[in-house]
Design a protein around this ligand. Sequence first.
Ligand code: CAA
Length: 254
Amino acid sequence: MTIKIEKNGRVIIATLNRPKALNALNSEVMHELALHLKKFDSDDDIGCFVIKGSERVFAAGADIKEMGNKSFSDMTREDFFSGWSDFTALKTPKIASVSGYAYGGGCELAMMCDIILAGESATFSQPEIKLGVIPGIGGTQRLSHLVGKSKAMEMILTGRIINAFEAEKMGLVSRVYSDTDLFKETLSTAHTIASYGKAAVIAAKECVDRSMEMSLAEGILFERRVFHSLFATQDQKEGMQAFIEKRSPIFSNQ
Ligand code: CAA
């Protein structure tokens, strides 16, 4: 198993587990991660996923040893990396909890998650240019959306390593914690998300995700329609009634 899966209340923690290869992301990791998380994606008792590595490394990239000898024809026929779309298609919010190296595919895996929380030791880089290639799991696209063209270009064209604080400042990372607090704070964020009604959480995630794809006018219309649709849920009635009655809501995912 290249992934360890644990359940913590309404949260699933997936830990990358290829320590000798610094959690390099080979095809097995790609398939196992999506396969295991998919089992929980429609489970009403699960409200958030956490993806983490070890203290030393989140993931040092796609597995260079797996792909190094492949030909253009191999890469095309296998549609190499296309399997990552099973991971990005998960509806449940995913938090990347990053300690140590998040390089190449590791940085891209973090960006495939919905929130990136980092420990002070975290470093990020898209070093593929040094290997004679370019990012291939969404790095050129997601990084540009997240940090803007100039900063994305600089990282991708130079392969420069940035630290957690710079990553936070440029908007790649949501928050930085001390390494000792990172997991506790990640779990706390995950439990907060998992405590809300799942339909509203999925709807909010879908709207933010769509904002990356749509024009502003289409996105605002999409958001408004999704907002309207939540008035068909019991959780909307409960959430608003609880506010009026000055009590905590009890969401039923209905
Ligand atoms: N793929 C395969 N194996 C890797 C790897 C990777 N991305 N990164 C590290 N490893 C392996 C090393 O080969 C080494 O294995 P051996 O013990 O069998 O020699 C082991 O992990 C430990 O690595 P190092 O000895 O290099 O450890 P270090 O502490 O000296 O350096 C590091 C750490 C700076 C992260 C360095 O390992 C490194 O630079 N790794 C490669 C980073 C990289 O280029 N990532 C991009 C990959 S391409 C990609 O991701 C394309 C894409 O868009 C998806």
